[in-house]
Ligand binder design. Structure first.
Ligand code: FAD
Length: 518
């Protein structure tokens, strides 16, 4: 790894060494969001930044989720940066290892190593109004920064339900995103809790080796077949020799996904055909009518994230597997008690129970101009302007902020749109001679009113399910109710009419310089 350059302090050349280094931008997180931010900052000529990562390497989701079977459910050529195409994707849907390796390569290719600070969990970021800057406290030290980018990930802090008796369970317990590779599941009685994408990938990967697999299913998932295959050596050779073919492949995948959006967002009834495909997939995979009934959802397809798998149903139909059509409600010693009262003896529990999504953990650590935390600000539900900026939190930019998630396409498209917005904001600030900006309360309110109005007819709100897209009050603060192209248009340029500008006074500049050099 290249040596880290000293972050530039806002001091004169003759001043004593800075105690708290100052950077123009502090980025939190080094998944696709943080790495993408680093690349785009450098391309915009901004090199005075740090990327603070709590773990010991880059990768985010694709570093943490190394459970057996972990893979992407968006095709590889679409689930990658537009500026860093990879002609060598080995499969049409990438596995975790290949995506993680891709992010490591992007980090090297774009010279991001000097900016990275590992084992630097951010515990607090506080806006200092008098100095018009952020003060960021991390496990690796303190920084001040003109702008703060939160790229902490929507799915990075695992959620394990607070179950009575769980603390006294004598066996092994872990979450899919914190897999314990030292624990051998071979021959063990294993409970998998949850039926989301992670649980559905784990089940077929471990079923052949465990002694008994018990799936605790509160709600069944709709499952579609996965058209995964190896990308042949010839295809890869063509992609390498004629880069336009990689771009063409990506464009085709993009267009297909974009066409599907309308059904999710405006015409949920059109998803009936897709639901029939899923019903046929279930009928073909599971012969036992009782099991088939247990696995048939009672909500419209698309309301929850659709699982894409060829192995999930066959694994659940295997003789050593059992589907308990009820959630796990209590643990009594090594006995798991389901909500239907049934009891199941197990050696290990694997939780595929998702993440803290609508209660973003970084929210409790970021304090704005009034001294209030984002978490307090968002008590009534997460809200931002264009998914990126928040009134009262100057120069705070989100990558994957509120309502920027997708139900059916590549999150990398949304990340890149938010990066366009970030870079435009930073360059606009420079061109108008301001230090900071924050959205007006009115602009933020209008944006969210329009967004929630569009949300009303989406399948996520009308499909008859309770998903992790909804917060405690039933409000969808996670997904974008439109196409990825419409989000791209909405974030192409920062509209100054939606913002209040803040200029650093001469007094503040002097006191800030004195403080960093004290
Ligand atoms: C199992 C799984 C499968 C998925 N599959 C798909 C898919 O098929 N298609 C799709 O589009 N999306 C998928 N996603 C969503 C995926 O999270 C996004 O596509 C994308 O990887 C998010 O990138 P990110 O950089 O925003 O967040 P992350 O990749 O989560 O990175 C966030 C980083 O921030 C760090 N961090 C968090 N808090 C702090 C802190 N306080 N201080 C310092 N560092 C911190 C974390 O350690 C992490 O490295 C999947 C997610 C999971 C969990």
């Amino acid at each position: 790894m290249a040596a880290s350059p000293k972050p530039r302090a806002r001091t004169s050349p003759t001043a004593s060494p800075a105690k708290v280094p100052h950077v123009r931008v502090a980025v939190i997180g080094s998944g696709f969001g943080g790495i993408g931010a680093g690349v785009r900052l450098r391309r915009a000529g901004i090199t005075d930044f740090v990327i603070l990562e709590r773990a010991g390497s880059v990768g985010g989701t694709w570093r943490d989720n190394d459970y057996p079977g972990c893979a992407c459910d968006v095709p590889s050529h679409l689930y990658s940066f537009s500026f860093a195409p990879n002609p060598d994707w080995p499969r049409s849907f990438s596995g975790q290892g290949d995506i993680r390796a891709y992010l490591e390569r992007v980090t090297d290719t774009y010279g991001l190593r000097p900016h990275l600070r590992f084992n630097a969990e951010v515990s607090e970021a506080r806006w200092e109004p008098a100095q018009t800057r952020w003060r960021v406290t991390s496990a690796a030290g303190e920084w001040t920064a003109d702008a703060l980018v939160s790229a902490c990930g929507p799915l990075s802090d695992p959620q394990i339900p607070d179950l009575p008796g769980l603390a006294d369970f004598p066996g092994k317990v872990f979450h899919t995103s914190r897999w314990d590779h030292d624990y051998d599941l071979a021959g063990k009685r294993v409970a998998v809790v949850g039926t989301g994408a992670s649980a559905a990938q784990v089940v077929p990967a471990i079923q052949p080796k465990v002694g008994r697999l018990t799936l605790f299913q509160r709600t069944p998932a709709w499952v579609l077949p996965k058209a995964d295959r190896e990308i042949s050596a010839v295809e890869r050779w063509v992609h390498r020799k004629v880069p336009a073919t990689t771009a063409l492949r990506r464009a085709a995948l993009f267009a297909i996904r974009e066409l599907q959006v309308d059904a999710f967002v405006r015409r949920p009834g059109a998803l009936r055909l897709v639901q029939q495909l899923a019903e046929r997939h279930l009928a073909r995979s599971v012969a036992d009518p009782a099991l088939r009934a247990r696995l048939t959802p009672d909500y419209r397809i698309g309301c929850k994230r659709i699982v894409i798998s060829n192995g999930y149903y066959p694994a659940l139909a295997a003789p050593n597997a059992e589907v308990v059509a009820a959630g796990l409600s209590e643990v009594r010693g090594s006995t798991l008690v389901a909500a239907d009262g049934s009891e199941h003896e197990v050696d290990a529990i694997v939780f595929g129970t998702g993440f803290h999504v609508t209660d973003m953990p970084i929210g409790a650590k970021v304090f704005g101009a009034s001294g209030r935390s984002l978490a307090e600000e968002w008590k009534g539900g997460m809200e931002a302007l264009r998914g990126s900026t928040v009134h009262g939190f100057p120069n705070l930019f989100f990558v994957i902020g509120p309502n920027t998630g997708l139900g059916n396409s590549s999150m990398i498209l949304m990340i890149e749109s938010q990066l366009n917005y970030l870079i435009d904001a930073l360059t606009t600030l420079e061109s108008v001679g301001a230090t900071a900006l924050q959205p007006t309360a009115q602009a933020q309110r209008h944006w969210n009113q329009r967004l929630q109005h569009k949300m009303e007819r989406t399948v996520w709100n009308t499909g008859g399910c309770r998903s992790w897209y909804l917060d405690g009050a039933g409000k969808n603060t996670v997904l974008w109710p439109g196409s990825t192209s419409s989000f791209r248009r909405a974030t192409r340029r920062l509209d100054l009419a939606e913002y209040d500008l803040i200029k650093r006074s001469a007094v503040a500049s002097v006191s800030a310089a004195q403080e960093v050099s004290a």
